[in-house]
Design a protein around this ligand. Structure first.
Ligand code: UDP
Length: 489
């Protein structure tokens, strides 16, 4: 049942972050906030409770958050609820999909569903009751442990907060069904936290705060890479032929690339480091807008290059001629419980093999190995740093950490107007926005602007990094949590 994790192993202490001139200001602000909170938090443990220690955005964010809060002298612990009944996670996955508005999921919740949801949470709560003490603070992440929060709050009278990381900016039958199922747990929660005001269901309307997700600037995915380290990652992972000896060994798990006939092979020559590269890295989910992006790139090539052969000297045309598209996501054979991933990869593959071989040469579709979280993060980091433009063409997006990660690396981003991305990007200020992610013409036009205007692209990237620095770094998120605790206690 509930597992209390040891203090997570992360790479750096708060003092290490503060030693970097870029982070010394935010860390100093954070220390001031922590000092103010010290008296009220004395003797209390803050419990972060979710349902997985690995995989997914929440598990990615919690270790850094917990380590740095402990460094500030605040006692924060992490509990993960478990279930020996696989039906529980099928049920919670269904709730998750419904909250994202998926009308293909079953909207009918039975008495058995409610009983399963509660009984697993009650079992977890039994053990948890022996550990928790009066005065502690409970932060329950996402729907899976929501009943546990209710059970504990009722018995111990604790400050209990529900942190919901998912949502949709409109409602339909699916969202209504999920919220209907969850609403009975809401009244016992002191407060709720959402990523955007549009996501808040009616029953939390008078009782919520907005806290945006954040990135850790020193994680494997976001840390600065020296040129040697960057080329080392590209060579070790097979994305760049090694022209010189490389100090580090090749990664065991290999990246796969689609070949012209739809089979997979080693990436070989991808043009990274040399050409203008347009990159999207995401899960293989239909809602990430892969196919319209692919079509937008095809239009970009066809309309701006093949029709302008007499003008090949212009540097604009040259850039467009050389540009390449990289689409990358986790190898779906490594994610056994995600049949949808395989389906989407196959759709992208079908479209790719229907193209003529000249166009195929300009499109690199990569399946990234997931065996080592560290290597996967380093590959994503390197791919993002090699991009001229990073796209996140989501049809729907809760927040879109892929955009945040790209913006932190000073990349000009092209994002859709999905609600999560609108939280981060203002069109023409810190990125460009396509209004209709399913319109290849609009996508092609925005890509053309970014590829042919390096000055504009540079300024967008610069502003993008500034906005991540101001709003979406881990320090800011901890400050917001502390301020919220102070307000509620
Ligand atoms: N990601 C990754 N490897 C991949 C594809 C994606 O590590 O092959 C990461 C990506 O860098 C980001 C996260 O998965 O940190 C996706 O988060 P986001 O908020 O963009 O979307 P979600 O997948 O939660 O819908």
């Amino acid at each position: 049942m509930i597992t209390i994790l040891q203090r997570p192993e992360t790479k750096y202490s708060l003092d290490y972050y503060a030693g970097d001139p870029i982070f010394s200001g935010p860390v100093a602000d954070l220390k001031t906030a922590a000092k103010k909170a010290q008296n009220k938090l004395q003797g209390r443990t803050i419990w972060m409770i979710n349902s997985t220690a690995q995989g997914g955005g929440v598990a990615e964010m919690l270790p850094g958050l917990i380590t740095l809060m402990n460094d500030l002298g605040i006692d924060v612990k992490w509990g993960v609820i478990n279930s020996d009944d696989p039906e529980f996670f099928l049920l919670t996955k269904r709730i998750h999909n419904l909250i994202h508005g998926d009308e293909t999921s079953n909207t009918n919740f039975t008495e058995d569903d409610a009983q399963l949801f509660e009984s697993i949470n009650r079992k977890n709560a039994e053990k948890f009751k022996t550990i928790i003490k009066k005065g502690d603070i409970l932060v329950i992440h996402d729907p899976q442990p929501m009943p546990l929060g209710k059970i504990i709050a009722e018995e111990f009278g604790l400050l209990t907060i529900w942190r919901c990381h998912i949502g949709l900016d409109r409602h339909n039958n699916a969202t209504d069904a999920a919220w209907d199922f969850l609403k009975k747990y809401a009244p016992t929660y002191t407060h709720s936290i959402f990523t955007a005001p549009e996501y808040v269901p009616d029953f939390f309307q008078n009782n919520y705060s907005i806290i945006h997700p954040c990135i850790d600037p020193l994680s494997h995915k976001n840390q600065d890479l020296t040129v040697t380290k960057l080329t080392g990652i590209l060579c070790n992972s097979g994305l760049l032929p090694a022209y010189e000896p490389i100090a580090t060994p090749d990664y065991e798990a290999r990246i796969k690339k689609f070949l012209g006939d739809g089979t997979t092979g080693e990436p070989g020559e991808t043009g990274l480091l040399f050409r203008p590269v347009i990159t999207q890295i995401s899960r293989w989910d239909r809602l990430k807008g892969w196919l319209p992006l692919l079509d937008g790139f095809i239009k970009l090539k066809q309309e701006n290059i093949y029709r302008n052969e007499d003008d090949t000297n212009s540097s604009h045309i040259k850039r467009l001629q050389l540009s390449r598209l990289v689409l990358a996501g986790p190898d779906p054979t490594a994610v056994s419980d995600d049949p949808e991933g395989l389906e989407v990869v196959n759709q992208v593959r079908e479209r790719f093999i229907s193209l003529d071989s000249e166009l195929q040469k300009d499109i690199t579709i990569l399946l990234l190995p997931m065996e080592s979280a560290k290597e996967n993060s380093l590959i994503v980091n390197a791919l993002q740093r090699c991009a001229t433009v990073i796209v996140q063409n989501s049809i729907q997006e809760g927040f879109g950490l892929t955009a945040t990660e790209a913006m932190w690396k000073r990349k000009p981003v092209l994002v859709s107007s999905a609600s999560g991305l609108k939280q981060q990007v203002s069109d023409n200020i810190n990125g460009l926005m396509v209004m209709d992610p399913e319109d290849p013409f609009e996508i092609s036009e925005c890509l053309r602007k970014l590829i042919t205007n390096p000055g504009m692209a540079y300024n967008l990237g610069r502003n993008a990094q500034r906005s991540v620095y101001d709003h979406f770094l881990i320090f800011r998120q901890i400050t917001q949590y502390l301020e919220l605790f102070m307000r509620l206690l």
